[in-house]
Design a binder for this molecule. Sequence first.
Ligand SMILES: [Zn+2]
Ligand SMILES: [Zn+2]
Length: 269
Amino acid sequence: MSATRQLAVIFLGTRGEIDARSRQHLRHSSVMIERGGARVMIDCGADWLGRLMRLSPTAILLTHAHPDHAAGLTGGAPCPIYATRTTWRSLSAWPLCDRRVMPLRKPIAIGGITFEAFPVAHSLRAPAVGYRISVGRSRLFYVPDVVAIRNRRRALEGLNLYVGDGAAINRPIIRRRGQAAIGHTSIRIQLDWCKAERVGISFFTHCGSGIVNGDPRRIGQVVRRLGVERGVEARVARDGLRLVLDGRNVRCAGAARGFESVNPAHGRC
Ligand SMILES: [Zn+2]
Ligand SMILES: [Zn+2]
């Protein structure tokens, strides 16, 4: 398959909205999706303030307006920003020149990569989306903060990779607001979704204190076992981890530049 069908996914940050941080989970959750010359960054939390020039994204997409996903943009940005209409309402005062509206459930192409925003339950004040991302048969879903995905079957069908919310391993962190549920579901439940929709490989980002404060090897085993029980490969993502999707083939490509000391082992996830 030609290189133009490949997608690279670089985990720039994998920390959730918590005080704890570690070498593996140093900065707020964000990924860079690369294909050819396109470098599309998803989310830009407070930890990324002042670091955007060095990352030189060609576009930035937001999942929602919470500070751990958007506050890195309070000083402006060197590229177009895509966000839903409701997210833009929360960012009206920020010095962002090139504001583009991300439609819901309507795929758009950015740098030759297709993105489709799916609304997800997570927050009433900052309504969130997850992104279905594809180039040819290379398909993934990225949803760092989620209680439930609306139209989940359509969002996850035919995926090669699911990247989900690592805030809670076994017990969801959910509060009720009237009829609505807000917060974060568990890794366990997201793996049930992967099993139901036949997604074979999953990585978890937006790590909560259960992961960030834990022993990485032990936590890795716990998550892996939850996956094995459901026939799904399950891994905890780390800052700097680089994955390459080429159709159904998903491989670890070692550490991204600048992250070699965090992820020294080439090819190990
Ligand atoms: Zn978050
Ligand atoms: Zn959030």
